[in-house]
Design a protein around this ligand. Structure first.
Ligand code: MLT
Length: 268
């Protein structure tokens, strides 16, 4: 499905009924990374997945990108779908956008699931890496980005034994336009430190991380879970950064249990 939001076309899926769960994907992927979550959870909940601006079937304008702007796109999509509050699931960059969203629209958040993400801003080396990656994308195209990123996104075992997951990730990355890749890199590079926000998050929160995640390691997840009041932490074995693709059953179980507990709290 498509909708015109903030001057661009945004593509999304909306399936099922019940508590709305809104899924925000990682960089530089798209909403198809959530297919296994849609399939498993849409019999119980309303599952909304969105191609963030710059990705998948949404427009990738050649202009300035910010995480606040992506948060605004998500808020406008909620308005369009007449959803007042949702449980949000953000993986990595999706999590960074959730921090921006929470700063602006906390009243729209029923709960947060922060997967394989981190609250810290980029280090100076990290910022330099963003610049270099944007230049590599501009000069050599998105397949170079796929080659650079796949070893950071998936565990060595997944890369060796699950070629269909590797191919899916490669297809998502190669489907991006350079405007979207470079736009995201600039947006992530300038994101603020969200550590001061953590203590002010008052909604129920679940943190998830792959035990082998090197991009946003378990220590980052523990920091978030320690600082967000009453947050729960789940560490998924045998998964690196893309926990939802590498260990979908474990990921779906955690999401399903957390979403059900929110529904019960609402009903009581
Ligand atoms: C992601 O998976 O969204 C990226 O690894 C985030 C980042 O580059 O910081």
């Amino acid at each position: 499905m498509k909708v015109l939001i903030n001057g661009i076309t945004i593509s999304y899926n909306d399936q099922g009924a019940g508590l709305p769960l809104v899924f925000l994907h990682a960089f530089p992927l798209n909403r198809s990374m959530w297919e296994k979550q849609e399939r498993a959870l849409s019999s119980q909940f309303r599952i909304i997945t969105v191609d963030l601006r710059g990705h998948g079937e949404s427009d990738a304008p050649l202009w300035r990108y910010t995480l606040d702007q992506s948060a605004d796109d998500v808020k406008m999509l909620l308005n369009y779908l007449a959803i007042q509050q949702a449980l949000f699931v953000g993986l990595s960059m999706g999590g960074y956008i959730l921090f921006a969203f929470y700063r602006k629209y906390a009243d729209r958040v029923r709960g947060l699931i922060l997967a394989d993400t981190r609250a810290q801003a980029d280090t100076p080396e990290g910022k330099e890496g963003r610049f270099q990656m944007a230049q590599a994308a501009y000069k050599n195209g998105p397949s170079t980005i796929a080659n650079m990123m796949i070893p950071k996104l998936l565990s060595p075992l997944t890369i060796r034994t699950q070629p269909e997951i590797v191919q899916h990730v490669r297809t998502m990355i190669e489907g991006n336009q350079i405007s979207g890749i470079a736009g995201d890199l600039m947006a992530m590079e300038e994101r603020p430190d969200s550590i001061p926000l953590l203590g002010r998050i008052t909604c129920p929160t679940q943190v998830i991380v792959g035990e082998l995640d090197q991009a946003t390691p378990p220590s980052d997840a523990k920091l978030m879970a320690d600082k967000i009041p009453n947050a729960q932490l789940a560490i998924i074995p045998d998964a690196a950064h893309l926990t939802n693709l590498e260990q979908p059953e474990a990921f779906n179980r955690i999401i399903g249990a957390f979403a059900s507990s929110l529904e019960k709290q609402t009903a009581s």
